[in-house]
Structure formats: structure tokens, C-alpha cells
Ligand binder design. Structure first.
Ligand code: B12
Length: 227
């Protein structure tokens, strides 16, 4: 069995210690971090997801696999996240109220940091107040919400409605994502941006920040405050 297949198998078995060892070994052998992530860790997690759907495995097995997955992601982090990217902006990132899925969020965090964002991760099961208090506290530019359950998608809308109630809707760019979310839902709840994966999330966030900066500068010079 190849090292990559071994990683995928050990994710499915939830063997965090083995994952630590195998991912380190794969890196030492010069295997691309992106390949370890996509073909090893993610392939294993998604294969287990299929077994979960077919009732061949249950929540406890998936939970231990998720822990092993997050161990692997943490090991890959310093190889995937460039340290020297210039600062682009601040993001508050969390999985919404009622939802415990955090693997996709972990990947989104890594990719945002790799293009120069400072990310404050508020964890999972995060309610509207936690998102908004944190955004205000750290002077965020973007609020990023993740949901993996159809039943927790309405929690995303709660955050947007709470922003309106606080009169701060226009202060932040709102991005949403996660497997059941789509562009139509984003439009429906008036989120600004939806993308389907962590890489496109980081690209779209960066583009949105550059546009926001551009608009801000034009607006300020129209008022004569900035030359
Ligand atoms: C792991 C897992 C769990 C673990 C989570 C542990 C953890 N630490 O995350 C545990 C065991 C806790 C769990 C529990 C449950 N789960 Co679950 N789980 C999964 C599983 C197998 C994998 C999810 C995953 O990590 N995918 C891999 C990541 C990388 O993908 P991702 O999250 O989609 O993220 C990518 C993109 O979506 C995007 N993205 C993510 N977030 C964001 C945010 C932004 C802003 C942007 C732009 C993009 C973006 O970028 C990511 C990377 O590219 C899925 C099955 C599957 N195939 O997805 C089921 C699944 C999500 N679970 C499901 C269910 C039903 C449950 C339970 C209700 C089961 C139960 N009976 O108790 C509970 C709910 C618990 C709760 N309150 O949250 C269903 C959801 C069905 C639905 N449509 O609602 C699924 C689809 C399984 C199934 N087929 O039935 N689960």
C-alpha cells in the first residue's frame, strides 16, 4: 500500500497517532502537501462520509476520524500557509449555531491565511452575537460562516438579520459556504459571496478586499479627505 493510501485508510480508522506519523513521513519523503491533503486526508474523510450515509459507520467513528483529520491538517498547515504574504485584511470565521462540523472551516482558515488574511476562528456552534461581537472587537473586514447541515443554514441568516438590527450590515463583507450551501441561498439571505471550496473562498475574499479598498479610496478622495 502506498503512503498516501495508508493515510486515507488511517483517517477512516480514526488513528490520529498513525496520521501524525504517516503525514510527517510523507512530508519527509518530499510528497507535495497538497497531494497529501487531497489524495490522502480528504479522500479518506469522504470515503468515510459515504459509509456514514449508508449507515455502515456511525457518529462515534466519524468523530474519531475527524480528530485524526484535524491532526493531519494541523501538520500540513505550515507547509500550505505562506508566512510572508502581505496583510490584506481581517476575517472572523466560524461554523454557525447548532453545527459542529469544523474540518471545512479549518481548511478555509488555512487558505485565507495563505493569501494574507489574519483569521480569528471562533470555533463551531457559534451564535450571531459571538460572530458580531468578535467582528466589532477585532475590526474585521469579512465575516465567514460555514454550515454543513441543511438544518443549520438558517443560522447564517440569523447572523445577517442581527447585523441589520445592530445597524452594522454594511460594515462587513459576508461570505458563506459549506456543502449544502449554494449561490441561490446566498442571494436569498443577502450574503455577499458564496464559493464552493476553500481555495476559491480565499481568492474571492482577496478580490473583495481589493475592491473594498478601491471604493473606499475613491469615496474618501471625493470628500477631499485623502489626496
Ligand atoms: C465529519 C462529519 C461529521 C462529524 C463532524 C466532526 C468535525 N469535527 O467536523 C460529526 C461526527 C460530529 C458529525 C455529526 C453529524 N453529522 Co456529519 N458529517 C461529517 C462528514 C462525514 C464529513 C464532513 C466534512 O468534514 N467534509 C470535508 C470538508 C473538507 O468539506 P466541507 O466541510 O464541505 O468544506 C469544504 C467546502 O464546503 C467549503 N467551505 C466550508 N465552509 C466554508 C465557509 C465559507 C465561507 C466558504 C466560502 C466555503 C466553505 O470549503 C471546504 C474545503 O474546500 C459529512 C459527509 C460529507 N460527505 O461531507 C457528514 C454530514 C455533513 N453529516 C450529516 C449529519 C446528518 C450529521 C448528524 C446530524 C448525524 C447525527 N445523526 O447525529 C450530526 C450533526 C451534529 C451537529 N450538530 O453538527 C449529513 C448532513 C445532511 C444534511 N444535508 O444536512 C452529512 C452530509 C452525512 C450524510 N450524507 O448524511 N458529522
Amino acid at each position: 500500500m502506498s503512503l498516501i493510501q495508508d493515510i486515507s485508510e488511517n483517517i477512516q480508522l480514526g488513528k490520529a497517532k498513525n496520521i501524525r506519523h504517516l503525514v510527517s513521513k510523507a512530508l519527509e519523503e518530499g510528497i507535495e502537501p497538497q497531494k497529501i491533503l487531497n489524495e490522502g486526508l480528504l479522500t479518506g474523510m469522504l470515503a468515510l462520509g459515504d459509509k456514514f450515509k449508508m449507515d455502515e459507520v456511525f457518529v462515534p467513528e466519524v468523530l474519531v476520524a475527524s480528530r485524526a483529520m484535524n491532526v493531519g491538517l494541523t501538520l500540513l498547515e505550515k507547509h500550505l500557509v505562506a508566512e510572508d504574504e502581505p496583510f490584506v485584511g481581517r476575517v472572523v470565521l466560524g461554523t454557525v449555531r447548532g453545527d459542529w462540523h469544523d474540518i471545512g472551516k479549518h481548511m478555509v482558515s488555512m487558505m485565507l491565511r495563505s493569501v494574507g488574511f489574519e483569521v480569528t476562528d471562533i470555533g463551531y456552534d457559534a451564535d450571531a452575537d459571538l460572530f458580531l461581537d468578535t467582528a466589532e472587537e477585532i475590526h474585521a473586514d469579512i465575516i465567514c460562516m460555514s454550515a454543513l447541515l441543511t438544518t443549520t443554514m438558517p443560522s447564517m441568516e440569523e447572523v445577517i438579520r442581527a447585523m441589520e438590527q445592530r445597524g452594522i450590515r454594511d460594515k462587513y463583507i459576508v461570505m458563506i459556504g459549506g456543502a449544502p450551501v449554494n449561490a441561490r441561498f446566498a442571494k436569498e439571505i443577502e450574503a455577499d459571496i458564496y464559493t464552493s471550496d476553500a481555495v476559491s473562498c480565499a481568492q474571492a475574499a482577496r478580490k473583495a478586499m481589493l475592491e473594498k479598498r478601491g471604493k473606499h479610496e475613491v469615496h474618501e478622495s471625493e470628500n477631499g479627505t485623502v489626496q
